[in-house]
Design a protein around this ligand. Structure first.
Ligand code: AMP
Length: 221
C-alpha cells in the first residue's frame, strides 16, 4: 500500500506517519527528514539544501526528486510506504507519478490533513524533536517526561531552526501557494481524503487506518 500524507507544516503529518508506519508496518519516508539527515551529515545535497530550508523555501525539485528516487530503490519500499512532505507542488506530483510508473507502482490514496493557521502556529512554536531518534514532542500538547530529554532514547530534544515564527510564516505562505492545484490533482485522480488535522492525533489516526483498511488488497476477496 502506498500512501501520501499531505497538508500544511504542523498538520501532524510526521506524528501520524510515525505511528501509522508501526501500525501498518510500512516505511515512513519524509523528504524533510531525509534532507535534514543530509544537512547533519554535511553531504553535497545537504549543503545545497540548507539555505533554502533555513529560509522556509522549497529545495530545488530536481535535488529532492533524485534523493527520493534513490530512496525508492531500497528493498523496504516493495511492500509500500507512507510518504510525508512530498509532493509539495504539481511538478513534484507529476514527477512522483512518473517515478512510480517506472517502478510499476501507483499511489493508493492521499490524506489531506486540513488544519487551521492558529493551530499550526501553536503546534510548530512548541514542537521539539529528538536529536537522535527523531521522535516528536510538544511542550504542552505532548511533553516529554523530563524537560528536553527524549522518553525513548534519552537524547537531547531541540527546536527545529525552521520552526521559528518568521520561518513558519514563510513556510505557510509557500504551502498556500501550491495547495489548491495539488488538491485538484489528487481529486481528479479520485484519491483524495480530506480529514480535519486539528482533531486529536488518536482520532485522526483511527480515521486514516479506516481508510487504509478499505485499500488493503490483502483484505480483498
Ligand atoms: P518538512 O520537514 O516536511 O516540514 O520540510 C522541511 C523543509 O525541507 C521544507 O521547508 C523545505 O525547505 C524542505 N523540503 C521538504 N520536502 C520538500 C519537497 N518535497 N520539496 C522541496 N523542499 C522540501
Amino acid at each position: 500500500m502506498r500512501i501520501i500524507l499531505f497538508g500544511p507544516p504542523g498538520a501532524g503529518k510526521g506524528t501520524q506517519a510515525k505511528v501509522l508506519s508501526e501500525r501498518v508496518r510500512l516505511p515512513h519516508i519524509s523528504t524533510g527528514d531525509l534532507l535534514r539527515e543530509n544537512v547533519k551529515g554535511n553531504t553535497s545535497l545537504g549543503r545545497q539544501a540548507k539555505d533554502f530550508m533555513d529560509k522556509g523555501l522549497l529545495v530545488l525539485d530536481t535535488l529532492v526528486a533524485n534523493m527520493l528516487e534513490e530512496r525508492f530503490t531500497r528493498p523496504d519500499v516493495k511492500a509500500g510506504f507512507i510518504l510525508d512532505g512530498y509532493p509539495r507542488n504539481i511538478a513534484q506530483a507529476k514527477t512522483l507519478d512518473d517515478m512510480l510508473l517506472k517502478l510499476g507502482m501507483d499511489i493508493d490514496f492521499v490524506v489531506y490533513l486540513d488544519t487551521a493557521d492558529a493551530i499550526i502556529v501553536q503546534r510548530l512554536s512548541g514542537r521539539q524533536v529528538c536529536s537522535s531518534c527523531g521522535a516528536l514532542y510538544h511542550i504542552t500538547n505532548m511533553p516529554p517526561k523530563a524537560a528536553r530529554v527524549c522518553d525513548t532514547c534519552s537524547a537531547k530534544l531541540y527546536q527545529r531552526s525552521d520552526d521559528k515564527e518568521e520561518t513558519v510564516k514563510k513556510r505557510l505562505e509557500v504551502y498556500k501557494k501550491e495547495v489548491t492545484p495539488l488538491i485538484n490533482y489528487y481529486q481528479a485522480q479520485k484519491k483524495l481524503y480530506r480529514l480535519a488535522g486539528d482533531e486529536k492525533p488518536e482520532i485522526v489516526l483511527e480515521k486514516i487506518i479506516k481508510i487504509s483498511d478499505t485499500h488493503n488488497d490483502s483484505l480483498k476477496v
